[in-house]
Design a protein around this ligand. Sequence first.
Ligand SMILES: *[C@@H]1O[C@H](CO)[C@@H](O)[C@H](O)[C@H]1NC(C)=O
Ligand SMILES: *[C@@H]1O[C@H](CO)[C@@H](O)[C@H](O)[C@H]1NC(C)=O
Ligand SMILES: *[C@@H]1O[C@H](CO)[C@@H](O)[C@H](O)[C@H]1NC(C)=O
Ligand SMILES: *[C@@H]1O[C@H](CO)[C@@H](O)[C@H](O)[C@H]1NC(C)=O
Length: 738
Amino acid sequence: MATSRGGKQRQPLLHSPTPTAAKGGGPAGNRRFLAFLAITAALVASYHLLLPTNSSRYHALFLSLGSNATAAAHLRALTLRPHVAGTEANAAAARYVLDAFSSLSFPAHITPYSVLLSYPAHRSLSLAAAPGLAARPFALVQETYPGDPYAEASAEVIPTYFAYSGSGSVTAEVVYANYGHNEDYAYLASRGVDVAGKVALVRYGDLHCEDMVRNARAAGAAAAIVYTDAKDFGGSAEKGAKRKWFPDGRWLPPTGVQVGTLYYGTGDPTTPLWPSCAAGDDCERLSKEELDGSEAMPGMPALPVSARDGETILKAMGGDVAPPEWQGGDGAPVYRLGPGPAVLNLTYTGNDTLATIENVFAVIEGREEPDRYVIIGNHRDAWTFGAVDPSSGTAAMLEMAERLSKLQAEGWRPRRTIILCSWDAEEFALIGSTEWAEENMDTLASRAVAYLNVDISIFGPGGLKPRATPQLDELIKEASKMVPDPDEPSLTLYDTMMRYHPPITRVAGAGTDFAAFLQHIGIPSFDMSYGLFEEYPVYHSLYDDYVWMQRFGDPLFQRHVAVASIWGLIALKLADDEIIPFNYVSYASELEEYTKGIIETCRGFPVSFSPLQKSVKQFESAATKIYKEKKLLQAESWSLKARQYTLKVREINDRLMMAERGFTNREGLIGRPWYKHMIYGTSDEDDWGAKAFPGIVSAMDKAMKSNTTESWQSLQHEIYRVARAVSKASAVLDGRLT
Ligand SMILES: *[C@@H]1O[C@H](CO)[C@@H](O)[C@H](O)[C@H]1NC(C)=O
Ligand SMILES: *[C@@H]1O[C@H](CO)[C@@H](O)[C@H](O)[C@H]1NC(C)=O
Ligand SMILES: *[C@@H]1O[C@H](CO)[C@@H](O)[C@H](O)[C@H]1NC(C)=O
Ligand SMILES: *[C@@H]1O[C@H](CO)[C@@H](O)[C@H](O)[C@H]1NC(C)=O
């Protein structure tokens, strides 16, 4: 849709027409003229009070423009074919998004990078021949169903595999290791089950695949097989209810497989701490030898398999009966620990190759502060059709973009620049967003107000589930009060969200594209979805398609509209409000709570938390102070000259924007230098685990295990490092030099 820009914008009084009242002449006329001049001067001085066109009018208009038909049409178009990063189908999807932005009259462009992706070249898995039995190969195919409209396109779906899996052939006895936690291996050891050189069989449910494979390797396994237990993904835990898997129910069919990535880092593996470049350009890259020796690579073969294949393997196992929590659901065989006698032969050859990925951008330039960015992002690449992950987010973003273009046609332009980003290769290692953030790091560090991510927008029913850095809490709450809940239209998203405790969680883990913005650069970040992950058992499988979305995820596409509404409204407030709507008082109380929690855990340990307590107090007073300053400035704006006021607003905004950067540390977390945020980061064992003070937590774990003087000193060092980061952030908020 074409837009007409400008149009209805109210002109500033500076350019007001020449007064007609002055034309009279004479002393009375002169006095009137002087009085008029005085009033005009006063108005000119405080024209900033009248200048901002009423942005709440536009925000209300934005909310009224939602269209479920638009969201549904985008979702259908984006999910006609599977679109893994680096393939021709995903390049077509990039063009689709680019055309959608351009047709809305937004300047749009593509930024390509050449990065290391990983595809399967050969896979085979068989239960090796046992006395009297021939070897039984597994088909490793996800089956379509009669009448599947995507049956033909399914031929294009990538064979089930793990990206960056090691290549090789392992033939060994199987050991069953439950959900693959380190504690599960400790339990196996306590039962005398030796994992060394064996194939570990683990199930999805608690950990992400790269953590499971890493833990299996650390326990000594030579290979890992990861399956989706019917209890967790196939609906067999629904007591009494008849299992209904897709297309009759939302559950994962028995041949469904959850694929994923095993790379343990973030971004292009060949450019671990610096940006990659486009094909044909020259940038430094790790060599193949360096990559093979990298800690971030899994270093052994691994393969995901279906519930049916997992069960077949478990049935062929002997050894002690596994504990009750390790067992399956209704109708499952008895699970045993092994080892063997089942012997598996896993043979895998990967094709790790440089491929081109494409990030697509649309830019809506700010009118008053074009050099301040509110960044909206979602990834585009999918493991399969990706109706839920991530196209539900892309459809919501494009629906939002259409509304923003209608606002422009009505004369709106944001105060600050809004950037819409469609990332590539998120599934492999958050690659597209990471390379771009690394390439633009210092510009972003000095100009980005916030990063607003939506990966999956809809899992199914269950209300809004936001997570954010805490200065955004108040804004999220206020905005969610303005959007009706699509499932309970008499209530708002706020009402249904407040049923959860806590209603807003933290962006502590990684797992999606906010990682580079928050954890590498320190930009206030937000991420959300509608519904609960448990509602979406077909995650990363063949069955994540439009039919699933239409039947189970969002039959009326009103949930998509609600996500676009809240996402867009938060972006609009951040882009249009004169003073950035951040409230650091809630950040201060979160910090206080984490501090209390960690002190409680470390009671009796030979460390002191007083540096941290002191810095949190400091942060609290800085947060309260800037909050008061903001109120005072708003109350006294009439008494300030326009220029003075503008500069004062900018000064407060800069402090609000930059305070989050204070929480970063140049060296980053110990052993994980890319992760620079000292408050929010991933934990060591679980890449997705949400933890505050990640450095303190991992030093504490180590100290508790080893109990040496050095380990307690390391913990104390981490406490100081976090305390310094909190002081640094306070100083930015405070805005004064010592
Ligand atoms: C701006 O618009 C909103 C909603 O239309 C209205 O409630 C508010 O009073 C308006 N404010 C100004 C300053 O005009
Ligand atoms: C590896 O993948 C690339 C890109 O898809 C392809 O061009 C190449 O032929 C593949 N090589 C092998 C050995 O499969
Ligand atoms: C394992 O399977 C591969 C591929 O089918 C085969 O080449 C290899 O000989 C098998 N290894 C053993 C020890 O059976
Ligand atoms: C949009 O919502 C309306 C009202 O809820 C519904 O009748 C219509 O079928 C929906 N459209 C789509 C494409 O789902």
